[in-house]
Ligand binder design. Sequence first.
Ligand SMILES: Nc1ncnc2c1ncn2[C@@H]1O[C@H](COP(=O)(O)OP(=O)(O)OP(=O)(O)O)[C@@H](O)[C@H]1O
Length: 348
Amino acid sequence: MPVEATVDVAGRSAPVDEKRWTSWWRVTGSRIRTGVASAEQVTQDALVLQDVVAGYGRSTVLQDLNLRVSAGEVVALVGRNGAGKSTTAQVACGLLNPRSGTVLVAGRAPGTRRGRFRDVGHCPQDCALFPALTIHENLSVFASLQLGDRQSRARRIDRLLSDLDLFERADQIVGSLSGGWKKRVNLAVALMGDARLLVLDEPTEAVDEDTRLLIGDAVRNAASDGTGCLLVSHDDRFVDRVADRIALIEDGCVALEGCGKDLVSQTFGSSQFLELRFDAPVGWEDAGRLRDVAFAPADNGTCWRFVGCDPIAQARLVERLVERNAGSMTVRRPVLSDLAKSDGRASP
Ligand SMILES: Nc1ncnc2c1ncn2[C@@H]1O[C@H](COP(=O)(O)OP(=O)(O)OP(=O)(O)O)[C@@H](O)[C@H]1O
């Protein structure tokens, strides 16, 4: 749910609720500091997608998709490969025009020059940086596109270098950085303009634990400053840590929406997963036997999964088959990424 956001008035935090905030402001008689979000800005939706239909050429990917991201809220899109998560992110950024429906970023249509640069901070899956420039030079280029005077640009760059622990590498050429460091710089660029909406596509793909934590902190800090965040991620641990709400995309629309733990328990109830792993795909006869007792294949036939309330009874049925193929069995509770494989079905 939306965070309990506050606005900063004369160095003190005030509640975001508009009426309470207004009276608080009247009582103190303080002036709002320049650059700090007003109560109206903080309470407005960062993103509204309403009945959005979008696709490429003749194919339709999003079909009547509805989604809202409040100011200060982090919403994670999950779903199987090709479900349309990145397409949704592109529509939110104004990079892909919907065929029909409404897209509003902080109350305005994105894609206009003002909307694109001021309201959306975009961190695409493939880093969008100048490889021949240093980290500092990259940040300077993006700062010059989004921020006004030289002093505020320098202050903002210093702040981002510090928040993302980039100071020591500021003079390093971006093309020579590892993937994890590039992800940090990419996020710094997205955060540059203090956008009302952050759109992050797989920001923790192939990063180490330190970088994952740092990126998570930066996203949560932006949210606590009132920025809404649309996050596309296959990283369960990261989503679990930073997202306020999860939206599962299936068949081009939002099939399930809510807090991650609630969605997992609504979908799977008390069911558990029984997973069988093999070094190589099992033969067709054994594959048939596994299918007959409700196992489904994954990972090119080297993994077979059963989901149900009595995995131990199921394990007994396939014990000999697993032994014969030198496989292993694991029983585990469902996790967030299992939602993407479940078609949003109710508990089995
Ligand atoms: N530029 C494009 N031109 C044509 N088709 C595209 C384009 N981008 C994506 N698609 C198609 O649109 C569908 C949705 O793709 P999208 O990238 O939105 O899925 P996704 O949920 O983000 O998948 P993943 O988890 O694999 O990143 C896929 O069938 C994909 O092949």
